[in-house]
Ligand binder design. Structure first.
Ligand SMILES: [Zn+2]
Length: 164
């Protein structure tokens, strides 16, 4: 049987509270055992959001610390799009959402929480899910949801990338 990395729940708390000035995305690029990263391409990666708007909220992140879409080269743009497709396919298989929100918040005025390192959100949606997060509740529940979702997505996305 294939060996899966051990999940260390305490690390979610660790990566959820970066020190001021740290870039959570550069940290994910550099930490090869990052618990929220579910797949790595050569130029971008996919990770779970530690503060999800909905279950299965993923982010596609270029490895380079860049704020603007026009700063990405064609290779990075291509992989950002390819990994966004992979994220949609994996979430569709795993969670059967009714729809998705996909997109970039560029700049603080547009609602970017981390404005210096761009990241494409992929958020699965279900009919009538606007009150999902209050129902889901506290950090502990979110940590447990992330802990169970990450390994499943990792397997799905790795299998899909090996096929293509
Ligand atoms: Zn960064």
């Amino acid at each position: 049987m294939e060996q899966q990395p051990l999940w260390a729940p305490w690390r979610v708390e660790y990566v959820s509270s970066p020190k001021t000035g740290d870039c959570i995305f550069c940290a994910a690029v550099e930490d090869r055992d990052h618990p929220l990263v579910v797949v790595r391409g050569s130029r971008c990666l996919i990770m779970l959001n530690a503060y999800p708007y909905a279950a299965g909220h993923l982010m596609v992140v270029p490895n380079r610390h860049l704020a603007e879409l026009e700063d990405l080269d064609d290779g990075e743009l291509g992989e950002l799009t390819a990994l966004t497709k992979s994220a949609l396919a994996a979430l569709r298989t795993l969670m059967k959402p009714a729809g998705f929100n996909v997109g970039l918040n560029l700049g603080v005025a547009a609602g970017a929480g981390f404005r210096d390192h761009l990241h494409q959100h992929v958020v699965p949606r279900w009919d009538g899910d606007t009150n999902f997060m209050p129902v889901l509740g506290g950090t502990r529940v979110i940590s447990e949801a992330l802990a169970s979702t990450a390994p499943v997505l990792r397997r799905l996305l790795t299998a899909e990338r090996e096929e293509s």
